[in-house]
Design a protein around this ligand. Structure first.
Ligand code: PLP
Length: 336
């Protein structure tokens, strides 16, 4: 099957599996797993930070970041569309006693800084204390402008806030701009990275920050049941992903651009090709039933999520000819 639902569906390749098989391991709760230690040091270096922590998921890594920057009764500012507000089960509130203050995302994914300023609470015991600004890059497949990151960092500094990046797909942002990770991460106090999406590892994320933050996060991770033992088998997949699967994200971006361009020519599919910056294509349907489309495509070997606005994601396991297969199946559907 050609699976366009998400880049989370990527499968570990044979070489990655081999790296997992031969990875030296130990008990990571004792700090004894050489493969985990190597991955954490490697990732921290890439981002230009002191330390990193290997986590079971991006959701866990974001939660650890929020709980390590904020205390009970504190507040974080984030986008209305932020994953760590909208798609993580309310974990910050439920498990961290931290209040989210969502603010509208603009069309390009940024949050207007003067609007953000109006949400910062005064130092008064009626209010939660605003401690942190959390951004996301890429967000909905869009790359936050570098200029904005610098402005957001200055804004956070001016207002005595910490600034966190949910960088689940930060390598897509880096590759799309032909910049190193550090060009993005330098604007933040911490960031999370998903190894299990476009990078192709089966499991795992990283939280990256300074030593003090990562020490706090390590304690929370244990409390949340995220202390893993011979986790090096998983870390080795992450290491392989960082060493081999970053540059190739450019192929996914090219395939997404191609998919968007092809789909824009099909009647009933509204695609703004100019908005396709990385590996995601959004297409709004006109007079097309998404469930019927989904089942037609399924019969032609293509999986999508049914929605009025389709999100189509290219990745490691989608080739240019897979995109052609998809486009041909769509054309067939429309011509029926
Ligand atoms: C997928 C994703 C996460 C969470 O990662 P999981 O590993 O699925 O928990 C966090 N933030 C963003 C932006 C994501 O896309």
């Amino acid at each position: 099957m050609i699976d366009l639902r998400s880049d989370t569906v990527t499968l570990p390749c044979d070489a990655m599996r081999q790296a997992m098989l031969v990875a030296p391991v130990g008990d990571d709760v004792y700090g004894d797993d050489p493969s985990v230690n190597q991955l954490e040091e490697y990732a921290a270096d890439l981002a230009g930070f002191e330390a990193a922590l290997f986590t079971s998921s991006g959701t866990q890594a974001n939660l650890l970041a929020l709980m390590s920057h904020c205390q009970r009764g504190d507040e974080y500012l984030c986008g209305q569309q932020a994953h760590n507000y909208k798609f993580e089960g309310g974990g910050a509130a439920v498990l961290g006693s931290i209040q989210p203050q969502p603010v509208n995302n603009q069309a390009d994914g940024t949050i207007n800084l003067s609007e953000l300023a109006s949400y910062i609470k005064p130092d008064d015991f009626h209010f939660a204390q605003t401690r942190l600004l959390s951004l996301e890059n890429t967000i909905g497949g869009k790359v936050l402008p570098q200029r904005y990151l610098a402005d957001a960092q200055a804004f956070a500094f001016e207002h005595n806030l910490k600034i966190h990046l949910d960088g689940a797909r930060v390598f897509n942002a880096a590759v799309a701009q032909n910049r190193p990770l550090s060009a993005i991460s330098q604007h933040f106090d911490s960031l999370t990275i998903c190894l299990s999406k476009g990078l192709g590892a089966p499991v795992g994320s990283l939280l990256i920050g300074d030593e003090a933050l990562i020490n706090k996060a390590r304690r929370w991770r244990k409390m949340l049941g995220g202390g893993m033992r011979q986790a090096g088998m998983l870390a080795a997949a992450g290491q392989f992903a960082l060493e081999n699967n970053v540059e190739r994200l450019a192929e996914d971006h090219d395939n997404a651009a191609y998919l968007a361009q092809q789909l824009a020519d099909v009647p009933g599919f509204n695609v703004d090709s100019a908005q396709v910056q990385t590996n995601m294509v959004y297409a709004t349907l006109e007079n097309i039933n998404p469930v019927q489309l989904q089942s037609h495509l399924q019969q032609h070997g293509v999986m999508i999520s049914a929605a009025k606005t389709l999100r189509l994601v290219t990745h490691l396991n989608v080739s240019r000819s897979d995109v052609d297969t998809f486009i041909n199946a769509v054309k067939k559907f429309v011509s029926q």
